[in-house]
Design a protein around this ligand. Structure first.
Ligand code: SAH
Ligand code: DHB
Ligand code: MG
Length: 230
């Protein structure tokens, strides 16, 4: 007589339960529509890495955007536009998402998926190195929400820019701030050093209230969420 529980170790059973819970939450609260599904399949066909946020993370970004009454959102790192679609859909009709992307073919794909998802009226992709494009945004402040999800080495610089471009009550979210716990150790490379320093700064900066939330890749990675204090 065999069944699931006799064939799976206790750890495997726990992982399976976590995955089932994530699937159920996704189904009930963060289901993907045709636009989001198109963004995923077209990115896969184009050979882009599947490193976009999860649906639950997308819904959390929307929840945060609505909670700070976001009219203007900045994203650093567009990839194929998947997270951008979630963000743009949290905006009012006259709202604006600006997303920065260094890779022109990623940017092209993001524009195409924004059009397919019906958000191209409010979502704009700017091509270039984020650190070169960020100074141009000073004319367009304040941003109500900033989502950082690009190269990891400059995360502390992205945080400085986010603080410069936001207002009290704005929300700053960064992806990949846990990294299987490597974010709490002596950094082994430049990218991890950027994340370790980012976490140190958001934990101690008196202008921010912050928390890390383990939520994707089976709770081994997740968002850093900071609110700019009043
Ligand atoms: N936010 C996306 C995933 C972004 S993946 C989503 O969840 O759907 C990271 C992206 O950042 C990649 O497309 C990469 O090309 C881009 N990127 C890397 N370094 C960058 C830089 N210096 N400036 C702007 N974009 C960068
Ligand atoms: C990588 C980058 C990401 O933003 C992510 O969410 C996962 C992986 C990477 O560069 O490997
Ligand atoms: Mg990421």
């Amino acid at each position: 007589m065999t069944n699931d529980s006799s064939e799976l170790s206790a750890l495997q059973q726990q992982a399976k339960i976590r995955q089932q819970i994530e699937a159920a939450i996704t189904h009930q609260f963060a289901a993907e529509d045709a636009g989001l599904k198109y963004a995923l399949t077209t990115a896969k066909q184009a050979g882009l890495p599947a490193i976009q946020i999860s649906p639950i993370q997308g819904k959390l970004l929307q929840l945060l955007a609505v909670s700070c009454n976001a009219q203007k959102i900045l994203e650093i790192g567009s990839l194929g536009g998947y997270s951008g679609i979630w963000l743009a859909r949290a905006l009012p009709p006259n709202g604006r998402l600006i997303t920065l992307e260094i890779n022109p073919s990623h940017a092209r794909l993001a524009r195409d998926t924004f059009t397919r998802a019906g958000v191209s009226d409010r979502a704009e992709v700017r091509v270039g190195k984020a650190l070169d494009l960020l100074p141009e945004l000073e004319d367009e402040v304040p941003f109500d929400l900033v989502f950082i999800d690009a190269d990891k080495t400059p995360y502390p610089q992205y945080l400085e820019w986010a603080l410069r471009l936001t207002r009290p009550g704005s929300i700053i979210v960064s992806d990949n701030c846990i990294r299987s716990g490597k974010a709490f150790e002596e950094p082994a490379d430049e990218g991890m050093a950027g994340i370790v320093e980012y976490n140190k700064r958001i934990a101690s900066d008196p202008r921010l209230m912050s928390l890390l939330l383990a939520m994707d890749d089976d709770y081994t990675d997740g968002f850093a969420i900071s609110v700019v204090k009043h």
